[in-house]
Design a protein around this ligand. Structure first.
Ligand SMILES: *Cc1c(COP(=O)(O)O)cnc(C)c1O
Length: 408
């Protein structure tokens, strides 16, 4: 039986989901049955213009032809082997990623949060091997987001957010400082600090880019104090910000980078890349994963990365993103439009983000809301200016509707 032949109505499928699933998500009110490039399609074949891209995952377009072909081919050869035998997809992806971003070594994981666990573990291992058992403290930014497992949750600088509430105590060894405030980071450095961990644009934190001066200051601080610079590129990586990696917009060189989301074009894969010097701390048996770096996921990621590079989607993200952000500034009641490339946030001067989002979905545009006043858009990087014009018109209509409702 093909699952796409299942004959249930949308309502039946939604009811079934609500009955059997532990729900932690505010769902879009439709069943997605197909996706292609810039669009999702519901059970009636209605198209939704996709400006959330599976949350910055489908950077080369949903169901990119090359990625789909790579998955089909690889599934017929080897899907999974565990990391005992060498494998073709793993070797060629490792080389491609390391050479493309100028790092020495890679370790594959299955998700973003897992990549961050690996990043935190590697930093601790390096620090405690080299300097002694107390050298494991990491400074991260307030309003950051690093994931939903304990290391990543503890790194997430939002002690009062749903991410941490009810799950305490967090892991020891994390302190938080203010993004774009170098002095506040300096103040947190102690003799036990091994690393500073940052996103170059805070995604979940409201689309807030780090400034050039701040990142430069952080790099200098790390050099001066012998700290590792850990960059979480899970949302900003793979061409999203107009460069292959977000940090490439800055004059910095991280010691470890984590990535996931767009790397696999939709299959679950994450990774860390590190310098040779730091990477050696993961010696035999120090870390592991059953699925991480599976032939299937590596084959998909290899196709995805080649698509992103061959089609120059970083350049497109920059050009189209700049165009889009300029245009968005003329929406009514805008407080600020922020972002980098096609990682775009619109902050309104009133708390209508959830209503605006629903208005967009009703009009067949998919966006997400952050907090009460921010709309975030992370479309596939194949988006054109025409796609942005279309999104803009829908957004404008939705904003106007919400304003009319609240003021009327
Ligand atoms: C999405 C995200 C994560 C978590 O990735 P998952 O694959 O959901 O575990 C971590 N850090 C950042 C910056 C993210 O955007």
């Amino acid at each position: 039986m093909k699952l796409s032949d299942v004959k249930l109505t949308a309502q039946e499928l939604m009811d079934m989901t609500n009955k059997y699933m532990i729900e932690t998500y505010q769902r879009f009110p439709f069943v997605a049955v197909k996706a292609k490039d810039m669009y999702l399609y519901d059970e009636e074949g209605q198209p939704y213009l996709d400006f959330y891209g599976g949350i910055a995952v489908n950077n080369a377009g949903s169901c990119n032809e090359k990625v789909v072909a790579a998955i089909r081919d690889q599934a017929g050869d080897i899907i999974h082997t565990f990391n005992y035998p060498y494998s073709i997809p793993q070797a060629i992806l490792a080389k491609l990623v390391c050479e493309t971003i100028g790092m020495d070594k890679i370790f594959f994981q299955n998700s973003g949060t897992e990549a961050n666990e690996a990043m935190i573990k590697l930093a601790r291992k390096y620090g405690t091997d080299k300097y002694g058992p107390e050298k494991y403290h990491i400074i991260t930014a307030k309003k950051s987001f690093h994931g939903r497992t304990f290391g990543a949750m503890s790194a997430t600088g939002q002690p009062d957010n749903a991410c941490q509430m009810g799950f305490k105590p967090m892991l020891p060894g994390f302190t938080y400082a203010e993004l774009n405030n170098l002095e506040s980071f300096k103040a947190e450095v102690s003799e036990n600090t091994i690393a500073i961990m940052l996103e170059v644009v805070q995604g979940e934190g409201g689309v807030v880019p780090a400034t050039k001066e701040f990142m430069k200051g952080i790099q200098e601080l790390c050099k001066e104090k012998g700290l590792l610079l850990l960059i979480d590129e899970i949302q900003t990586g793979w061409c999203r910000t107009g460069k292959i990696m977000g940090y490439m917009n800055y004059d910095i060189k991280p010691d470890i980078v984590s990535m996931a989301k767009a790397l696999g074009g939709g299959v679950p894969i994450g990774a860390i890349c590190a310098t040779k010097e730091v990477a050696q701390a993961f010696n035999l048996g120090a870390h592991g994963t059953t699925y991480g770096g599976s032939p299937l996921c590596c084959a998909a990621a290899y196709a995805q990365v080649n698509e992103l590079l061959d089609r120059k989607l970083a350049e497109n993200a920059k050009e189209v993103g700049d165009y889009f952000m300029d245009k968005l500034r003329s929406l009514p009641r805008v407080k600020e439009v922020r972002g980098m490339g096609l990682l775009v946030g619109v902050e309104f001067d009133f708390g209508g983000a959830a209503d605006i989002k629903h208005g967009c979905i009703d009009r067949k545009l998919l966006v997400t809301a952050i907090g009460t006043s921010i709309i975030r858009m992370v479309p596939p990087l194949i988006a054109t200016k025409e796609d942005c014009d279309k999104a803009y018109e829908i957004l404008k209509a939705s904003v106007e509707e919400v304003i009319n409702k609240t003021e009327g």
